[in-house]
Write a protein that binds this ligand. Structure first.
Ligand SMILES: Cc1cc2nc3c(=O)[nH]c(=O)nc-3n(C[C@H](O)[C@H](O)[C@H](O)COP(=O)(O)O)c2cc1C
Length: 207
């Protein structure tokens, strides 16, 4: 099958993309409004960018729920210039899903999902105590990609502080994926586990 995106409806394109770009890690983003209300929401258009400086990106799509077209997370990040990316594992999957509800801006999603906000060390939004890893970030850049329904804003953050629960670290100081138990997002309401891992040794041309 060959497809010209220009001939496809925006909804079909979105469904196609989330079916093909799999599995996706999930950034569970804590942010805070300028009047101090905590917000929490998952974003799977998420990845790391580089390590110098340590940077992450999330893409936040346009919403028809707000006159500005901005999801609360984006409004808060633009207002405060800070956010926290919390890692989602099996034990917090249901709570993560709860925080994807489009609650009004004055609802604290930590409270709605029964989660524990823990003060950050370098940023004002709290981290999720129940999450195994949290990256405290300051806003680096936002890049609008398109406009109106289906468009998105790419948010780039610089990691200022990392919190890791000791329970997911190996004796040698690495992350143990079997202890971390991350989940990945697939299409629709589907997710995946990371229960089976295999290795490929990379060929090197240097002696
Ligand atoms: C697993 C998962 C991944 C999601 N990924 C994204 C994403 O990458 N970008 C996006 O804009 N919305 C994504 N959403 C939807 C948002 O979480 C949802 O719109 C949320 O209500 C936004 O909350 P806010 O208005 O408090 O920012 C995702 C939802 C789920 C359940």
């Amino acid at each position: 099958m060959e497809l010209d995106p220009a001939t496809l409806a925006q909804r079909d394109l979105y469904k196609l993309m989330i079916g093909c770009i799999v599995p996706r890690p999930i950034a569970w983003v804590s942010s805070q409004s300028s009047n101090g209300i905590n917000n929490l929401a998952p974003f799977s258009f998420f990845n790391g960018i580089g390590a110098n400086p340590p940077a992450v990106s999330i893409a936040i799509t346009h919403t028809g729920d707000r006159p500005t077209g901005r999801k609360d997370t984006l409004s808060n990040i633009l207002d405060l210039g800070e956010f926290v990316v919390n890692v989602v594992n099996e034990s917090v999957a249901a709570a993560m899903n709860e925080t994807a509800t489009n609650y009004p801006a004055d609802v604290d999603e930590f409270a709605a999902a029964g989660l524990t906000p823990t003060p950050g060390q370098t940023v004002r939004p709290p981290r999720v105590a129940e999450s195994p890893v949290s990256f405290e970030c300051s806003l680096h850049t936002t890049v609008p990609v398109g406009e109106g329904p289906g468009s998105a804003t790419l948010v780039v953050g610089i990691i200022k502080h990392i919190h890791i629960n000791d329970a997911v670290i190996t004796d040698r100081g690495y992350i143990d994926v079997h202890k971390l138990q991350p989940i990945g997002r697939l299409a629709g309401n589907s997710y995946c586990y990371v229960h089976e891992v295999f290795e490929l040794v990379r060929k090197s041309l240097s002696s």
